[in-house]
Ligand binder design. Sequence first.
Ligand SMILES: [Fe+2]
Ligand SMILES: [Fe+2]
Length: 193
Amino acid sequence: MLGLKLPTDPRWVNIVEKNIEDILTDHAYCEQKATSTAISLIVSFPEYTELVQEMVALVKEEISHFKMVHDKILENGWLLGRDRKDDYVIQLLTFFPKGGSRTTQLVHRLLYAALIEARSCERFRLLSEELEDKELAEFYRKLMVSEANHYTMFLGFARQYGDRKEVDIKWNELLEFEAQIMKDLSKKETIHG
Ligand SMILES: [Fe+2]
Ligand SMILES: [Fe+2]
């Protein structure tokens, strides 16, 4: 599933279970960043009409996820905390060299987005299967279903706008790199940490 080269260590769920407030806060910002990424793609690549249309739909969906998570935080009597840096994303975004043609830059951004969606989806699935809190597990199951389409959409756009063969090679290399990053993670109460 999802093409990921290294599955998340299931012990990560035990870390998460001890700190639901932190995971929800981190998760809320993942949804906010997914929204911001979609807006940023519209601004950077306005001539890609089909992409713009899909990104508008995605902005609405991701911000509605943000609200779902925010509501969950409030339900528990907590307040949304401040955002913290996401080591996983920071490391991941170093993979492709900066610059290149507009199409190359677009392909790189689409592949990064596809991978972040794929890993998030994998982790939501793990939470939906392993969390002892059944209500929260169901919350993650629903989110997992709607996130699953995002990874295929981003990868599909990369293949559509770039050279199919080249894109597939880059995607595989990025998956290998991501697996290396993951080896040192799965130790924190964050969605990607
Ligand atoms: Fe989302
Ligand atoms: Fe998403």
